[in-house]
Design a protein around this ligand. Structure first.
Ligand code: LLP
Length: 482
């Protein structure tokens, strides 16, 4: 089609949209000019804590983001709309610090009576401020790269509460892990060789766990299943004896501390963890029978969350721990868990602004300023993340079914498909929920959409920036002096 033909057509309206307000979504709704970017202090001063906060906190399904009766979305009592108008740019990530605390407390309470380590999986979200907060709350850290290890050390995590995982750990990173005294999971024959070499270079004996693949089906998307027999992670149980002999052969370099497994992610049935734990304690029995004094069972992470906001009752941290408690106690073991998503996902939204609404063929689209660059889970895994508007749409706004898409030059650039929404005005705020895990940490700068800033609502109801947004100048810096 020639460019002139293209422009001679006015945008087709969604067939279902009838109200005058929606008849030309491109031109009729003025965007209120943004306030100049306030500095942190003025942001702190703008908002006050929600007086009704404590009453909602006691609810077992308390969401830090909730719609009030006037149709405005709140985060810990603050209007998301107000925060959106006050920050320097959109999209941005908005967290609740109290929700992070509540999530950790839920795990701590569940673990009462057990000797345990909560190893937060840094890959889920590597914001330094969040890591510092989790460390202050007593968490350890689970690392999958040398840089995650360096970041954990920067956040002052206790190295003896850190676990270094991975199927391709590099020698230089293993040396650092050995020097600092973190637990290292043995993933393969060559990995064991490298851990031995690292121990010699660091002149330190390394506490290792054998990552065993229990071959329990986690019943999740294949991209996030890890514990099956054809997985690239861990060792097959039939090779266990080879690894035990190899550890025995290196008494100066390796101390076998326990066994580890990680089945997969987004698991919503705790029976799956139970099945794996039964197998794992049997392996521990076999290992102990050979004279090894192993203390730790690490059951990995993987607990799912309520992405659908449908009111479904999903297992809680207590359900997870209770399902393995008797096994752990029966063998007098210390339990390591490695939660990522269930600690951080529900604490955050990606806040976007609606750029416009359009229709092509049978599809209605809400186009927002956020995209697969900032949040790739829907594009990559077809993952559902709940979407809603932050403020009430005009009273005559029609409810329609929309794909919520970004501006990135890919048809895979969608945040949600077939979502029933009130037709939003240009400039309206729209959030993608449960964006605390594997969203910012998987963000890219594709199409030169620079990674967004991050904010959190603090306990006193003030809002603080916890990460600067990346800028065009940051990109240009990579070429300086070349
Ligand atoms: N431990 C190990 C060894 C892991 O591989 C993982 C996640 C975790 C712990 C933490 O699992 P969580 O509790 O967060 O489920 N990008 C995907 C998730 C990949 C998870 C990879 N491993 C997503 O966006 O859903």
């Amino acid at each position: 089609m020639a460019a002139t033909d293209f422009f001679s057509h006015s945008p087709t309206l969604p067939k279902t949209l009838k109200s005058p307000l929606n008849q030309n979504p491109f031109f009729q709704i003025p965007i209120v000019p943004l306030k100049p970017s306030p500095r942190l202090l003025s942001l702190k001063a703008v908002f006050s804590p929600n007086p009704t906060k404590t009453s909602t906190q006691t609810s077992p399904i308390h969401h830090c983001f909730s719609k009030s009766s006037d149709g405005f979305l709140h985060c810990e009592g603050l209007k998301v709309q107000d925060i959106m108008e006050s920050v320097e740019r959109r999209p941005f990530y908005l967290y609740s610090k109290p929700q992070i605390t509540r999530n950790v407390v839920a795990y701590k309470e569940a673990l009462e009576g057990l000797s345990s380590i909560i190893g937060y999986a840094i890959k889920a979200n590597n914001n330094l401020k969040i890591l510092e907060h989790l460390r202050q709350l007593g968490c350890g850290a689970v690392l999958v790269s040398g840089n995650e290890l360096r970041l954990a050390l920067r956040a002052h995590f206790d190295p003896t509460k850190c676990i270094f995982n991975g199927n391709g750990k590099l020698l230089e990173d293993l040396v650092l892990a050995a020097e600092k005294g973190v637990f290292v999971n043995v993933d393969s024959e060559f990995d064991l060789e490298n851990i031995v070499a690292a121990a010699r270079i660091a002149c330190k004996k390394v506490n290792v766990l054998l990552r065993i693949n229990p071959d329990v089906d986690p019943q999740v998307h294949p991209y996030v299943a890890t514990g099956n027999k054809n997985s690239k992670f861990g060792i097959r149980n039939e090779k266990l004896q080879w690894f035990l002999d190899a550890v025995k052969a290196h008494p100066n370099e390796l101390k076998l501390a326990g066994a580890h497994c990680h089945l997969g992610s987004t698991i919503t049935k705790v029976d799956i963890f139970r099945d794996a734990a039964v197998l794992m304690v049997n392996y521990i029995d076999q290992i102990r029978a050979q004279g090894f004094e192993v203390d730790y069972l690490n059951i990995g992470g993987g607990l799912g969350i309520d992405y659908y906001h449908s009111g479904a009752v999903l297992p809680t941290p207590r359900d997870l721990i209770d399902t393995v408690r008797d096994l752990v106690l029966s063998r007098n073991l210390k339990l390591i868990i490695e939660p990522g998503r269930s600690l951080i996902a529900n604490t955050c939204c990606l806040v976007n602004r609606v750029t416009g609404v359009k229709t092509n063929g049978t599809k209605n689209f809400v186009v927002i300023d956020g995209s697969m660059a900032e949040l790739i889970r829907p594009s990559l895994y077809d993952a559902y993340q709940h979407i809603e508007l932050v403020s009430p749409a005009p009273p005559d706004a029609e409810i329609s079914t929309f794909d919520v898409v970004g501006p990135v030059c890919e048809s895979a650039d969608f945040l949600g498909k077939d979502r029933e929404l009130q037709t939003p005005a240009k400039g309206a705020g729209l959030v993608v929920h449960d964006a605390g895990a594997y969203c910012m940490s998987m963000a890219s700068t594709y199409n030169l959409k620079m990674r967004p800033p991050e904010y959190w609502v603090e306990e006193d109801g003030s809002v603080s920036k916890i990460r600067h947004g990346e800028t065009f100048e940051d990109h240009i810096r990579f070429f300086e002096g070349l």
